[in-house]
Design a protein around this ligand. Sequence first.
Ligand code: ZN
Ligand code: ZN
Ligand code: FE
Length: 669
Amino acid sequence: MSPDVAPCEDCLAELFDPGDRRHRYPFINCTNCGPRFTIVRGVPYDRARTTMSAFEMCSACRAEYEDPANRRFHAQPNACPKCGPTMRLIVCGEHDSTTQGEGTPAGEDALAGAVAALIAGRIVAVKGLGGYHLACRADNERAVAELRARKRREEKPFALMAADLVAAGALVDLTPAERRLMGGPERPIVIARRHPGAHVAEAVAPGSPDLGVMLPSTPLHHLLLADAGATLVMTSGNASDEPIAYCDEEALARLGAIADAVLMHDRPIEVRVDDSIVRSRGACSERPMMLRRSRGYAPRSLALPLQAPPMLACGAELKSTFCVASGSRAWVSHHIGDLRNWETLRAFREGIDHFQALFAVAPEVVAHDLHPDYLSTGYALAREGVELVRVQHHHAHLAAVLAEHGERGRAIGAIYDGSGLGGDGTVWGGELLLGDLAHAERVGHLFPVRLPGGDAAVREPWRMACAWLVAAFDGEAPLPASMRGRVDRERWEQVAEMARRGTSSPSTSSVGRLFDAVAALCGIRTVVRDEGRAAIELEAVATCAPASERDAYPLPVIEEELLQLDTRETVRAVVDDLAAGVCPAVVSARFHNGLADATAHALSLLARREGVRTAVLSGGVFQNRLLLERCAAMLAETGLRVLIPCELPPNDGAISYGQAAVAAAQLRT
Ligand code: ZN
Ligand code: ZN
Ligand code: FE
């Protein structure tokens, strides 16, 4: 079972050849390209078990399909304008959803209507491979701002779709490796440095030095981009917080209020699959960093460095994936998302059934997180007749990196993320672990502070600023000048009191929350919608600092029973600099540098003490390129072998695979 593949050169040539019988046919494909994972209903993979089953091949298509010498020999989704799927354009508000597009523009008329609407600055929902996108002209300020408003309080940058690498090159600066990646068959969104002359509306990616750009992933998108003659915003087809729409009726119902028109077709999508997102790693590595592994990559298998019994690993909760494994193979699911959304949880359950059938894995073992409240844990506990294996969150992060690099020995790792339940029952997120696939031991951590109000502190980074000031200044935490006017003084005082007393304020060693605190102190973000937003913006700000900014804030590494990264001193330095009028860009750079230096120092110290030669950097915080680059470079200088996540993201998308590796290793010993 293969991932979906972008149109090949041969199909593209036919698509734009007026003499070809599939000239401008948006569903052209062959054995080398086309939809796969998103249309498959069962195994073995043949047409009857795909969403193409309702379309009967015409004689010309049938002849190709049966000819071993033909490029379309046994191409299951083979189709042509005579026998295959067709497009429809629904103009929102003109038709109620029950008409299902009857009497509406079809085929070329549908495409022409969509293109005209886009050129005129309207918003069009477009059915892609794994779900609907929302599209509009990227250079139209009003259209992009309108899209942002209709998606409701959405603050994430919008992805762009460019016609080709030339057009992409006018938007972002691309290295040769990034060009190969962007043009590759997986067609991920590539996040790269915004070109100074990029002609895109302000609302595409406000305040971001980067843009996310992808090339067309289907023939339909190739036609759309060619005809529109402009770069398009191509963002997920959903309102904020919802999963992406992928069923047609649902798309009409949900996207009808956001889009002016819906360009749909009658080839159903079996599995909702989001766009994949990758980011260049700059000087650190030729290989990019995976931020979301989904369309184009899933369900390609990964190797496991040891034999696993038939197994399911349920992953984490927010950026969730699951993984089925057997023998030395593991199949990590596409990005599932936030399980606390009911629709997403359903996709998680159904996805597991689907994968078990596709890869013929009947799990005897089910691995899950320690956290009893994760919905993935709940799912695991409800499975009957299986052996359960509990895996600590940060150990799973560590094991995922070890396993993807085929490493079975011991390593020392810095695992920095937002949160995960620790072995001691507290919230971890800044952990130095020593261990291998089977076992890991906590040998160090970030100085723990209070999380005032629990989850509220995740949404309100100013609370973390308050908690860190309470910790850094022995309870004295007046509202700093840099945040005045952005936080209510009375609420600040209440939260400071919570932090001092520990009321409704669990203790956490989370590095993610430390980033939140510094971002809030710098006045960058006091409130966020998505966890990690403040940290992303803090990193972005640092890139505005002069490259020569090599200064680092002090961050003592205290050797006690466990090593402690005492960031209280770092926070005091941040406060001093801000009070002295140092700009946030420089403060952010010095903060990044200080944390990277201390992390590298602590890891090399531990490596020497424990006699290990391999270091691992992972956890969602290491999506931060600045931190990762400096940290990895310093570690490499000490002679350690540095392993970082490549195939899978540093974030919780890798947890399921890590759990599988841990469970497999534990069951062997
Ligand atoms: Zn092809
Ligand atoms: Zn045909
Ligand atoms: Fe995590």
